[in-house]
Design a protein around this ligand. Structure first.
Ligand code: ADP
Ligand code: F6P
Length: 320
């Protein structure tokens, strides 16, 4: 029977992680379980930075961005010898189970701990929305709001100057933030990993718009596809149209979570604790068709997220 549960946040922080920690801790305490917070993700687990949490520790955080437990990228966790140390640290405190809140990298860590005998459940939280087994990840909608508000502002200035604006958006290898924000901000061009084209072709497409008397427009591009500053210079040279590039960067990861992310975090976290108590391990929580579900972490890691990309691409093409 599970008596003590630990919780950590890992990988890139995302708005709503605090709401998820809160949900895990309060649900556990109400079910008579002792709850523990681990600082800075798997690094803190390895360094034994584990502290008991009560309800007061998680009050006044539901509205805060980031993660009050801290997070880290800790590649040394790939080594089994370091995971053994981490598990021993939990055993010293008789902690029976762990909730991991993070992205797909954190899922791998959770799956490996689970295969070593620790009861472990993961909750999807990353702005990228690139995790299989869930329609949405905690943090995605808040990041979209931030991105769309930023593009709206860029539109004001590029329209006033009759300029082309390039906006680089996060997502690692996933174009979802770019795709949905381009629809919401009415962007005229969209380039995501699935639709990457040669820069010569970008210019041809721009010329078509310019020939239709379009004076200013916005091109959104997923990070890691081009050097957008150089691309802006190239486009300016070829089209004779002033072009500026903005890299939105880490502003996309911050800020108070929107209602959708807070509610999603609360639903998923409460469910995660309940399935742990019912004896599940190696599972990841998701939302599918508005229902909270759980599935096998390993299977979810081996699939590629479809996420209706083609549907959104078609919609965006019709409206650009
Ligand atoms: P995210 O969870 O946001 O995708 P990362 O890819 O940085 O972020 O992964 C978070 C952490 O998960 C890593 O820093 C590492 O500690 C752990 N992790 C990632 N891959 C593995 C792996 N193959 N084995 C064990 N732990 C891993
Ligand atoms: O996974 C979230 C994310 O913000 C990605 O969109 C981005 O590629 C990456 O993290 C940036 O990581 P870091 O903050 O370590 O530079």
């Amino acid at each position: 029977m599970i008596k003590k549960i630990g919780v950590l946040t890992s990988g890139g922080d995302a708005p709503g992680m605090n709401a998820a920690i809160r949900g895990v801790v309060i649900t556990g305490i109400k079910l008579g379980i002792e709850m523990f917070g681990i600082k800075n993700g798997f690094l803190g687990l390895y360094e034994n930075r584990i502290q008991k949490l009560n309800v007061l520790n998680v009050s006044n955080i539901i509205n805060k961005g980031g993660t009050f437990l801290g997070t880290s990228r800790f590649p040394k966790f790939k080594k089994k010898v370091n995971r053994i140390i981490a598990i021993k640290n939990l055993q010293k405190k008789n902690i029976d189970a762990l909730v991991v809140i993070g992205g797909d990298g954190s899922y791998v860590g959770a799956q490996k701990l689970s295969s070593m005998g620790l009861s472990c459940v993961s909750i999807p939280s990353t702005i990228d929305n690139d995790i299989v087994g869930t329609d949405y990840t905690i943090g995605y909608y808040t990041a979209l709001e931030t991105i769309v508000k930023s593009i709206d502002k860029i539109r004001d200035t590029s329209y006033s100057h009759n300029r082309i604006a390039i906006v680089e958006i996060m997502g690692r290898k996933c174009g979802h933030l770019t795709l949905l924000s381009s629809i919401a901000a009415g962007c005229e061009f969209l380039i995501i990993p699935e639709t990457k084209i040669e820069k010569e072709k970008i210019v041809i497409n721009i010329m078509k718009k310019l020939n239709k008397n379009k004076k200013s427009f916005i091109i959104v591009i997923t990070e890691n596809l081009y050097n957008v500053k150089n691309l802006a210079k190239y486009i300016e040279k070829k089209t004779k149209k002033e072009t500026r590039a903005t890299i939105l960067g880490h502003v996309q990861r911050g800020g108070s979570p929107v209602v959708y992310d807070r509610v999603l975090a609360t639903r998923m976290s409460s469910y995660a604790v309940k399935i742990l108590i019912h004896g599940w391990s190696g599972r990841c929580i998701g939302i599918r068709n508005e229902k909270i579900v759980h599935s096998d972490i390993e299977k979810s890691l081996n699939k590629r997220k479809k996420n209706s990309t083609q549907y959104w691409l078609n919609l965006s093409k019709k409206l650009c």
